[in-house]
Design a protein around this ligand. Sequence first.
Ligand code: NAD
Length: 250
Amino acid sequence: MKNKVALVTGAATGIGRETAIAFAKKGANVVIADINKKQLAETEKLLNEEEVEILSVKADISNEEDIRNMVEKTVQKFGRLDFACNNAGIGGESATTGEYSTEGWDKVLNINLRGQFICMKYEIEAMLDNGSGSIVNISSILGHVGFTEAPAYVASKHGLLGLTKTAAIEYASQGIRVNAVCPGFIETPMLEDAGITTDEETKQHIISLHPAGRLGKPREVADAIVWLASDEASFVTGHPLLVDGGYVAR
Ligand code: NAD
């Protein structure tokens, strides 16, 4: 991936941070974007250990102007965009469908689906200028199956798979591949915030849903993302790749 450019949203923590590092280890120059400036600076520090160029951009993916600026700055600095990992996302509130707040629904869909759509719009434009590119959207096992008390999250992740497949068939003939990675439960700050890894009983229940008998690690997801983005997956497009320790196969 030497002299190529990878953009990762939600790169301040968790899966996004590991993905930025994994792209850099393959030699790609990396653009890291997130709403959380403090944690983003930590990711930048870690990337400084790699021999690649880095661009750090504060961007809120619920804001179209921020997204436009993020892609514009990428092209200004590097002259191209080769790989984009649309990873930023939130879990949202926990309530059954009948009790879920409309504001909560809007917030989750605004970031997890509308935000990813707008990122794709600007990334595709830049990739068409290159004549090639590869996009990996981060969906979830919950893009494949339902989960109680998470209607907005589940809907957003199912929607993202539909968007991925549509863009894949639209741009396949123009050298742009569009895929998704669908992680099982992965040990990141998102699970801490949801109280899953902080409560031992809940954690053990979630682990029991994975035939692998454990939660996943951000690095295991990052490796799948980088493979899908790379030329090693040159005939793969429109694919929702499960990285879930067997969760959906049960
Ligand atoms: P995380 O909370 O550690 O990271 C999410 C990152 O996205 C954070 O750095 C956060 O600041 C950023 N972000 C949130 N809203 C943003 C916005 N509006 N604009 C820009 N950045 C924003 O969580 P994670 O587990 O690393 O999640 C990454 C992706 O993986 C998410 O899309 C999530 O839905 C998905 N995912 C996670 C799991 C899991 O179990 N952790 C499972 C399946 C899918």
